[in-house]
Design a binder for this molecule. Structure first.
Ligand code: XLS
Ligand code: NI
Ligand code: NI
Length: 435
């Protein structure tokens, strides 16, 4: 009934092992830049993908084989699922996990019953966390599955729907606090619109701002110490999602006076849907001091939707770890595998392989990123490219010491600037040497 109990624990065996159920690169206690890998990477598994994703798609029913699940909406089933999930975390040595309220506890027939269900499951999760030494990376509320949220939650045209969403968020924050969660995520799945013909966009955005202010006030009231995150995504399920990319989120937070209370949780596949590289999105967030956490997955370049594949792209993972190391590491965030198996890989064992692939990719990426930093060649070349700003007129402009009139006078005297080559190809050759 529980396949994760019978398998031997997945351990580090080094790159030469013949065992497919072992780590070749992820060696949790190995020091990188003086810190154990586990503390750099802070791996987390997503309850929804591991335990609740049936792998259905628009053309067919679910295929996932979940022998522990009796498909009932009971608390017994919910608690059994949680137990199996913790065995799964143990098997892989994953320290953190993430959940939506509705992943872990069934929705009841009334608001109060749903809240009681969540409270009951939270007690079981508390026991499991203590017994197994696991931690909650972040919690969140599912404000997108139920038909009442079809036209948005915080941005619904219906004020009563807003109250249901507010109640869910209050109780999901309570659950996250009770479980010592490091953070709490707001992903606006249906906070957006399809056509302006029927939409008052300004009013909806004002409501979203109000909603987040209410959450911040509540966080302060109860003394919740976790970090609030916004997770950008441009589309799917809605056509135009308000939290579309890192820059749009930062602008929204600034416009609505929420900047100090949030960081961003950036997801690789969402960056791709926004037409950006993950590296771009991370850098935009880091520039603002707002890179909080990462949903580690990857998209499929041949499909146009959120395919949530396990991350195996080593150069991309290296870009991610370079940015994370560059900002001094995660504070409350981590690498959450918001990833699922393909519909045709439906056995529980496939979840294990998927996580091994992701963890080994990021462990390798971490070591390569550290090597790139230690070596310093690329960094030196970038610094050189901007060296005209370190002295003379460049330094004076950066220091705000010259006026436009003075620059006009300077340019008249200055001979035509000699612009050196950007050397992109040379950068790429050096980059490729690290792999
Ligand atoms: C969906 C999002 C979602 C959030 C949590 O695309 O990635 O899973 O991470 O609500
Ligand atoms: Ni996500
Ligand atoms: Ni996603």
């Amino acid at each position: 009934m529980n396949p994760f109990r019978t398998l031997p624990k997945v351990r580090y065996e080094g790159p030469d092992t013949k065992n497919d159920l072992a780590f070749r690169y992820y060696n949790p206690d190995e020091l990188v830049e003086g810190k154990p890998m586990r503390e750099h990477l802070r791996f987390s598994a997503a309850f929804w993908h591991c335990m609740r994703n049936t792998l259905s798609d628009p053309f067919g029913v679910g295929t996932a084989f979940m022998p522990w699940d009796d498909e009932s909406n009971t608390l017994d089933n919910a608690i059994r699922r949680a137990e199996v999930f913790f065995d799964f975390l143990d098997l892989l040595g994953i320290e953190y996990y993430c959940f939506h309220d509705r992943d872990v506890a069934p929705e009841g027939t009334t608001v109060s019953e749903s809240i009681e269900n969540l409270e009951t499951v939270v007690k079981a999760l508390q026991r499991l966390q203590n017994d197994r030494g696991k931690k909650l990376l972040w919690g969140t509320a599912c404000l997108f599955s139920h038909p009442r949220y079809a036209q948005g939650a915080a941005t619904s045209p219906n004020a009563n729907v807003f109250t249901y969403a507010a109640s869910q968020v209050k109780n999901a924050i309570d659950a996250t606090q009770a479980l010592g969660g490091q953070g709490y995520v707001f992903w606006g799945g249906r906070e957006g619109y399809t056509t302006l013909l029927n939409t008052n966009m300004k009013r909806e955005l004002d409501h979203l701002g109000r909603f987040l202010h209410l959450a911040v006030e509540y966080k302060k009231l109860i003394g919740f110490e976790g970090q609030f995150f916004i997770e950008p995504k441009p589309k799917e399920p809605t056509t135009h999602q308000y939290d579309s990319d890192a820059a749009a989120c930062l602008n929204f937070l600034r416009e609505y006076g929420l900047f100090d209370d949030f960081e961003l949780n950036i997801e690789t596949n969402h960056a791709q849907l926004a037409g950006h590289t993950m590296w771009h999105e991370l850098q935009v967030a880091a520039n603002a001091g707002k890179l909080g956490s990462i949903d580690a997955n990857q998209g499929n370049p041949y499909l146009g939707w959120d395919t949530d594949e396990f991350p195996t792209d080593l150069p991309m993972a290296t870009q991610i770890m370079l940015t994370v190391l560059g900002m001094g590491g995660f504070r409350k965030g981590g690498l959450n595998f918001d990833a699922k198996r393909r519909r045709d890989s439906y056995e529980p064992l496939d979840l294990v392989y998927g996580h091994i692939a992701g963890m080994d990719t990021f462990a390798r990426a971490l070591k390569i990123a550290a090597k790139i930093r230690k070596d310093g060649t690329l960094e030196k070349m970038v610094r050189q490219r901007y060296s005209s700003w370190d002295v003379g007129i460049g330094a004076e402009i950066e220091a705000g010491k010259v006026t436009l009139k003075e620059l006009d006078a300077y340019a008249r005297r200055c001979p035509e600037p000699e612009l050196p080559s950007a050397r992109q190809e040379m950068f790429e050759v050096i980059w490729s040497r690290y792999f």
